[in-house]
Each structure stands twice: as structure tokens, then as C-alpha cells.
Design a protein around this ligand. Sequence first.
Ligand SMILES: Nc1nc2c(ncn2[C@@H]2O[C@H](COP(=O)(O)OP(=O)(O)OP(=O)(O)O)[C@@H](O)[C@H]2O)c(=O)[nH]1
Length: 303
Amino acid sequence: MKDERDLSELIEIIPDAALVVNKDGKIVLVNQLAAAMFGYTHDELHGSMLDKLLPEGIHEQHRQHVLRFFKAGQNRPMGQGFRFLGVRNHGDTFHVDIMLSHVTVKHEPYAIAFIRDATQFKQTEDKIRRELESERKQALTDYLTGVGNRRAFYQELEQDIAELREGHHSFSVALIDLDDFKLVNDTFGHDEGDRALQMIAQGIREACRGSDFVARIGGDEFATIHPGVTLADTETILQRVRSGVIALTKQEGWQVSLTIGICHCESYSEACTVESILRTADQAMYNGKRRGKNQIKIEPLRS
Ligand SMILES: Nc1nc2c(ncn2[C@@H]2O[C@H](COP(=O)(O)OP(=O)(O)OP(=O)(O)O)[C@@H](O)[C@H]2O)c(=O)[nH]1
């Protein structure tokens, strides 16, 4: 670039908001589009510090950024992860995408910044992020009861096994099967059966601790994971689950009891796999069913 005049003519004809700052962060040139974007007249911005266009909270961070930019000597194309919050004349903030290029005028280094209002872009990004998050949640939630589904249960269990392997907390898994639930459907109808499942899921969740995980993994079968517990703690929690659900269903006239099988993992061993933990808890539950239902059974985890 030959001189400042060339540069000021150039930035007026480009179709983006643009400004030129020296290495102290002072605005030495600004085009009409940039002034309008930030709600100033050209003269109000010309000669001001760039800080004027940024929220106070990021002034220091931005100064460091300018220093690094002049030191590194590299340009930053639009869309390469450089987004700042701008502040307009009247104080409202908005997201801006910035492209930075080095320019030398009479042997002095300057930065030329092309600025785009990213408000719309940011809103779209946020919307997509929220939609993805909600889809992810839905994919892991049981549609009827709102607790986790089978897929979520497997994910959670795999996570707990991985943490146990790294030496973290012990955990227990319980399979909770409703006794003679068919009778509820047969007596009160399927819709009432659905309502019973919803209330039972809620009852199980309320009887568990906040850190426990509850899922419905089959029609009338629930599963829970209890991190950081001893076997005795697990029994206490599941006694509470059992008596809570019995009281709740008695109150509603359904009279549902539970048979529960527990597998406790105290420390990591080769036997700590999803399959063998579930097989063990299932065996315990099956023993409970065989011995008359409405009880809690525990099986040791074997390889
Ligand atoms: N309302 C409703 N019923 C369901 C749902 N999923 C499964 N069931 C019912 O749950 C009952 C399960 O029956 P079984 O597997 O024989 O079990 P059970 O009657 O609880 O008997 P035991 O497990 O041997 O004590 C069946 O009547 C299914 O129709 C559901 O989403 N909604």
C-alpha cells in the first residue's frame, strides 16, 4: 500500500464494514458501513480507540489479541473461529465475525479488520445446537415415563464401568421387575397400565438418590445404577424403592409389588462387563421371582 489515501479510498468501496487500527489499537481509518453498524458517525469513530466498539469486560483480552496479531504476522480469514461481541453506540451488544489482514503503510504496520454482523448466524447456530441437544435427550429418554431408556442405561453403565476401571467409585446395578403387572392391564385397561408405569417410574426416582440413574429397559422392567455405594447402601435404597412403590400403588388400588435383583461392583475385575453385570442382576431377579416374588436378591459378580 502506497499511502493512507489509497487505503481510505479502498475501504470505502469494499462491501463490508471495515476499519484500520494501528498497533496501539487506535482507529486510523473507518468506512461508513462500519460507522453505521456500530451506530456512530464516521468522525465519532475516526481517531478513537478500538475499545470503544467492545464491551468493557473484554477490553484486556482484546488488547492481548491485538498484540498477538501484530506479533504473529498472520492473517485471519472470515469464518475461521474469530468472533467477538461488539457494542453499539447505545450500549447494546451483538456478535460480530472479524477478518483481519496485515497492511503496511509507509513502513508502519496496521491491521485492517472486515466486520460482519453475526447476529443472525449466531441465532441460527444456537437454534441448531438446542435442537440437537433436545434430539439427543429424546433419543435417551423413555417416551412413556420420562426416565432413561434402554440405550441410555447401557451408555450409563458403560461409563460407570470405565470409571471403576480408572479406580473411581464402586457401584451397584439393580433390575426391578413389576410382579404380575399383566393383572393391572387386564383389570384396569392398558391406559391405566400406562399411568401406573408413569407413577411407578416417578416413585422409583423419588426413592433413589439424586446421583442414581433410573431407566425403563423393558415393558414392565426398570433398571437403576447407584454410583459410590456399598452393598448395604444399595439394599437400603432398594428397600426404600420397594416399599415406596408398594405404598403408592396400594393407594391407587393397583397393588403392584416388585422383585429386584442386585449386582454390586466393588472394584474392577475382568468380570465387570455390561453383559456379565446384567446377567448377574438378572439371575438374582429370576431367583426372587422363583422364590415367590416381592423381594430383593443379590448375586455375586462372577467372570
Ligand atoms: N400398559 C402397559 N403395559 C405394558 C407396557 N409394556 C409392557 N406391558 C405389559 O406388562 C405385562 C408384562 O407381563 P409379564 O411379562 O407376563 O409379567 P408380569 O405380569 O408382570 O408377571 P411377572 O413378571 O412374572 O411377575 C404385559 O401385560 C404387558 O402387556 C406398556 O408400555 N404399557
